[in-house]
Ligand binder design. Structure first.
Ligand SMILES: [Zn+2]
Ligand SMILES: [Zn+2]
Length: 386
């Protein structure tokens, strides 16, 4: 089959690789019809994650069940399914408690979450199975990892976002403790930030402020009913405090997901967003960090910090009594409800999708997304398209 394979830093290729096959009785093989490029795929693409060359990448996958292992009970050939981005077993302590994003069976002790095709957090976590930017995908523990969808091809670009960014955006709001009538500041208007803002509005937030330096993304935030905050017009934390009667918001979400460059451009400042959130949210409020915050790369992050650490004004965080919620989304916890919102026409998250391309165009699409080319917000690859 054809698949997107990591070659070396800043290079992926579409290559012929062996078809996946049933390896365990609880596996299924899915014929992939939609698979997205994610912001966290850029960690792999840039060589920050230590993924082995030759790895098939891609953790945001939707398709049709093609082959069913003998131990699978809830799925049949022909079922249309979407797979949450991390693999889970369904029976470990964390899965049983609903925290399936931190499955203990597929992940070495002390680490959380194992996406298809490799973890953006670094090579310590081996991928539990290959990625889905391919014609076919093997899904282990299939009864747990496949969420059934209505048959047909409706809402394809909405449902595929159930694999990651839609539940991750929702998770950001949950981590922060947003409630109906509350206010939230979302830093970053990439797909996760836009989803966080969209979910905040779905949940009945009274004020949603979105901070991003790119006008086209601020326009998308404005289109869904959020207040766009442009950092070039002044300190965003101060702007948001001014817009909330000097108080600050009830909650805040860090949806930047990638270390931001320093002002001089000679390095990265991974603490900057979290620090701004601490200054943006009112005392006793809550912060949510649903995605990668600091890379664990061997080269560290700032001169005074070790690898995987950052410097943040923890004194202010404690002084204000802020709650800090972190961790990748337990997508399975939310996906049934979010799926039904799509099915019933009450949510249309695909407004973030900018491109629907054949699989063969993946190398160019990766380059465009990595270079932050305007207009490339979210790319869906279609392995069955010509
Ligand atoms: Zn993703
Ligand atoms: Zn588990």
């Amino acid at each position: 089959m054809r698949a997107v394979v990591y070659r070396r830093p800043f290079e992926v290729a579409v290559e012929e690789v062996p078809d996946p096959r049933i390896e365990q009785p609880n596996d299924v093989i899915v014929r992939v019809t939609s698979t997205c490029i994610c912001g966290t795929d850029l960690y792999l693409y840039e060589g920050r994650a230590g993924v082995e060359p030759g790895t098939v990448v891609g953790h945001e996958n939707l398709g049709v069940v093609e082959e069913v292992g003998a131990g699978v009970t809830a799925l049949e050939q022909g079922d249309r399914v979407v797979m949450p981005f991390t693999v889970a077993c369904g029976f470990c302590r964390n899965c049983r408690a609903g925290s399936s994003g931190s499955c203990l069976t597929v992940t070495p002790a002390g680490r959380a979450g194992s996406p298809y095709g490799g973890s953006p957090y670094g090579g310590v976590t081996p991928a539990p199975c290959a990625g889905g930017q391919a014609e076919y995908l093997r899904v282990p523990y299939a009864d747990v990892n496949c969420l059934p969808l209505p048959a047909g091809t409706d809402h394809e670009s909405d449902y595929v976002l159930l694999s990651d960014v839609f539940p991750t955006g929702y998770h950001g709001c949950r981590l922060a403790g947003l409630s109906p009538g509350g206010t939230v500041a979302v830093y970053g208007a990439g797909p996760v930030g836009l989803m966080a803002a969209y979910c905040a509005l779905l949940c009945g937030a009274s004020g949603v402020f979105v901070v991003d330096g790119r006008p086209e993304r601020l326009a998308m935030a404005r289109d869904i009913g959020a207040v766009a905050v442009d950092p070039s017009a002044g300190d965003p934390a101060q702007q948001i405090r001014d817009l909330t009667g000097g108080e600050g918001t009830d909650t805040g979400v860090d949806a930047v997901g990638f270390p931001v460059p320093t002002e001089t451009g000679d390095g990265e400042e991974p603490a900057a967003v979290l620090d701004q959130l601490v200054r943006t949210v009112r005392p006793t409020g809550g912060l949510g960090v649903p995605g990668p915050c600091v890379r664990r790369g061997p080269d560290g992050v700032v001169p005074d910090a070790g690898p995987g650490t950052l410097l943040v004004t923890i004194g202010t965080l404690v002084d204000k009594g802020l709650r800090l919620g972190t961790g990748r989304a337990d997508a399975r916890r939310y996906d049934r409800q979010l799926r039904d919102l799509i099915t019933e026409g009450r949510a249309r998250p695909s407004f973030v999708v900018s491109h629907e391309l054949p699989l063969d165009e993946a190398p160019n699409a990766y380059q465009m997304v990595d270079q932050r080319v305007d207009g490339f917000t979210k790319v869906v690859l279609r392995p069955d398209a010509a």
